[in-house]
Design a protein around this ligand. Sequence first.
Ligand SMILES: Cc1cc2nc3c(=O)[nH]c(=O)nc-3n(C[C@H](O)[C@H](O)[C@H](O)COP(=O)(O)OP(=O)(O)OC[C@H]3O[C@@H](n4cnc5c(N)ncnc54)[C@H](O)[C@@H]3O)c2cc1C
Length: 619
Amino acid sequence: MAKHKTHHEECDILVVGGGMAGTGAAFESRHWGRDLKIICVEKANIDRSGAVAQGLYAINCYMGMQWNENQPEDHVRYARNDLMGLVREDLGYDMARHVDSTVHMFEEWGLPMMKNPKTGRYQREGKWQIMIHGESYKPIVAEAAKKSADKIYNRIMITHLLMDENDENRVGGAVGFNMRTGDYYVFRAKTVIVAAGGASHIFKPRAVGEGMGRTWYAPWSNGSAYALPIEAGAKMTQMENRIVLCRFKDGYGPVGAYFLHLKTYTQNANGENYEKKWYEQTKKLVGEYIDHHPTPTCLRNHAFVQEVMAGRGPIQMVTKEAFQDPHLETIGWENFLGMTVGQAVVWASQNIDPKYTNPELTTSEPYVMGSHATCSGAWVSGPEDISPPEYFWGYNRMMTIQGLFGAGDTVGGSAHKFSSGSFTEGRLAAKAAVKYIEDEKAKNIKVSEEQCENFKKIIYKPLENYTVGRNEITGGTVSPSYFSPIQGLQRLQQIMDEYVGGISVNYMTNGNLLKKGLELLQWLQEDLEHIGAEDYHQLMRAWELKHRAITSQCVTEHTLFREETRWPGYYYRGDHMNLDDKNWHCLTVSRRDPKTGKFTMEKMPVYHIIGDEEKKKAS
Ligand SMILES: Cc1cc2nc3c(=O)[nH]c(=O)nc-3n(C[C@H](O)[C@H](O)[C@H](O)COP(=O)(O)OP(=O)(O)OC[C@H]3O[C@@H](n4cnc5c(N)ncnc54)[C@H](O)[C@@H]3O)c2cc1C
């Protein structure tokens, strides 16, 4: 242990994860906290980290209030509709009313925005999306964070939160290790903003073996955003609301620009419009939600999944018509070059020219996120001016642990934030964190050397397991006393896939399967004590897996608790196939007791703060 040097840092605001939300948090912390010490810690390198690493072709959340294109209320209605009625409207409204100012700053900082030549406004891709030349999106926002923070630490994975020994419900910082040097880092902090992205690779992916990294969601997003607060005892919400994406097969290239801008459409193998065929069947499951406009994302997935199960796949995107127009053809390809080069490579390797061949689509394995068409994450306080009492406990975006804030994929209940909304939420959390410090809520935090040393022992244990156990290797990599991170990951993925509703069971699960899944996850947790890491990279893999495993437990507990099928197309409870508004028009909230490891579940009310459009017109 002595060989791992310990570094100590003290700061006012510690930002964990320098993706979209983390860079927003670092930037805004400095704006309100001129004299505060602000540190951002990132697992990769903030210039190219997070889900936006490769760049984006569109900013998916922009109101356009200056031109009266949309108002925040419209966005709340949109997100509520897409999530089958269940969102935190206070959080969504709060993000939406501030998101335009974020986008205007991006433009000032040099992000090339496409403009509509006729109107001079931002070029719309859809009602909420505006088009950008976004290859450099991430380096641009990273620069703002670098200029704002006192220090950015790259290549450090945060593994645990430090807790105040004077108040067990108050945060005191975080610890982690540098994946290149192996050094141990202790960050004592008055507030911590967790902005560590969502979770991929907890369910078995479609692409396995050498293609394993090819998932829709960033493969390096490992659920730290959830595991860190869960382990500390923070409450989580809507963790059952995993997301399944309909994307181009194998490369997971985005379909948004194709649908919205190129006006392409889908069909089954016989050239039929299959979605309308499933209308009556879907209506029996979810009632009038199928009549909503736009059709909720999960219900479109549902038609896709059912059509394939009925034997009429593959489902294709009809590109042959749009690609005859050279302008649209260029946009179709550029769309990939700006954010998913891999899709163009996949098509080249499969001899697919979308001008002559309609490419196949697929539905992905499920992911856990809080910023896309899904809203899993931490249960946080809303803003004081609009949140009802159950949703407000003092500081915007503060979790149920004092001084612990969240933003972006970390925060539950507020879907459709995307890149701009996540950055905005980081700003909101940072402003509240500064206020928390100014209000002197962070006084007398005690984090002893003993607490830090204990974590150090725990963090490096996988290296020790390997060093001792390798002497017993019987053949190849097989050891009786440890297992490798990849072996553990595949075991986790199989459990989640088969028992919690992954691809190989067409997203189907039930109470009995979930209970069995929980049992198997518990045994996996026990075995994770024996995980072995041969180097610092594998040590990171070991901790990524541990964070994925605890996130998976939480997802499974939530899925068991909600006895209905709220989002067919994302997952199905075979024993409760219908949407049940009478009993389940509510948010689910969990808490894991840090001492016992047991989860407790509760229902929280959904408040519809924003009225319906029809009612608004009538009044
Ligand atoms: C495939 C895909 C396509 C998308 N397309 C669009 C689009 O076209 N338009 C749009 O507006 N939005 C899009 N989004 C959404 C957008 O990317 C996300 O909403 C946004 O990135 C979420 O921000 P975040 O900060 O929560 O997570 P991220 O931006 O992913 O950042 C999380 C950061 O935390 C770091 N981290 C993780 N764990 C740790 C740890 N333990 N310690 C330290 N650091 C850690 C990660 O390395 C990462 O840098 C897309 C997302 C995906 C996945």
